[in-house]
Design a protein around this ligand. Structure first.
Ligand code: BTN
Length: 242
């Protein structure tokens, strides 16, 4: 049965193939302007670039749906990841959590979550988020970066408590974004970003670039300083100096 969490219509399923698929389906006839779908078990979870997202029970699988103008989608992912960081800190104030471009959240230097933005019906964007609450992926080839879970780092939270806290932080940050513009989100994201003003390597499909990480621009592109200039990068995997 659907329920409400603050301004959000919410439905939890025992099992789904992918919460993103369910949210995309619902967006053709939205049950409310803002809605969220969760599943206790996800059997066909998708990750970025066609990767699989493993569905350990106890972890959180959620898809948020809301109408956002297409030109703002590039900025949205920073609102999503910043809200994840704040939610983890809400449960454990001193947690060593930071952000990795473009959309990873690291806890004790290991990946704790995954974000997959997909198009829904009309202007609906589907924000698929997986949070490793109790277990991290074991298949090493499936993860580019070491992964962990909140439980393994001593933070015990159940998926519904995490969902409720996340929706509060996300809603607050969306309104910050709308009232103060992306510059505020950009500042907060950069403040929590790993490796700001340090040397990084960016692996792109056909090349690798090294340089100094100078944050993100107004569209969320990575600013890499090298050869006396700033290059803006739209896609790639970031690696830090050991
Ligand atoms: C990544 O590759 O890092 C993104 C992973 C996104 C996984 C989440 S789990 C909930 C939602 N449903 C899906 O099928 N994928 C996303």
């Amino acid at each position: 049965m659907p329920e409400r969490i603050d301004n959000w219509w919410w439905q939890d399923f025992a099992t789904l193939g992918s919460t993103n698929d369910k949210a995309i389906e619902l967006s053709s006839n939205p049950p409310a302007p803002f809605f969220v779908v969760t599943a206790a078990e996800q059997t066909k979870g998708r990750g970025r670039r066609g990767r699989e997202w493993q569905g350990y029970s106890g972890n959180l699988f959620m898809s948020l749906a809301l109408p956002i103008a297409t030109q703002d989608w590039g900025q949205l992912v920073f609102v999503v990841s910043l809200s994840l960081l704040e939610t983890i800190k809400f449960f454990e104030e001193g947690a060593q959590v930071c952000l990795k471009w473009p959309n990873d959240v690291l806890l004790n230097d290991c990946k704790i979550s995954g974000i997959l933005l997909e198009k829904g019906s009309g202007e609906y964007i589907i924000i698929g988020i997986g949070v490793n609450l109790t277990a991290a992926p074991q298949k090493l080839e499936a993860v580019l970066y070491r992964a962990t879970s909140l439980a393994a780092e001593g933070i015990n939270v159940n998926r519904i408590d995490f969902l409720c806290a996340y929706l509060k932080h996300f809603t607050k940050n969306v309104s910050l974004w709308k009232t103060e513009g992306f510059v505020k989100i950009q500042q907060l994201w950069q403040h929590n970003a790993k490796g700001l003003n340090e040397e990084i390597t960016v692996n792109m499909p056909k090349e690798q670039k090294k340089g100094i990480f100078r944050g993100i621009d107004e569209n969320g592109l990575l600013r890499l300083e090298h050869s006396g200039m700033i290059e803006k990068i739209s896609a790639g995997d970031v690696f830090y100096k050991e």
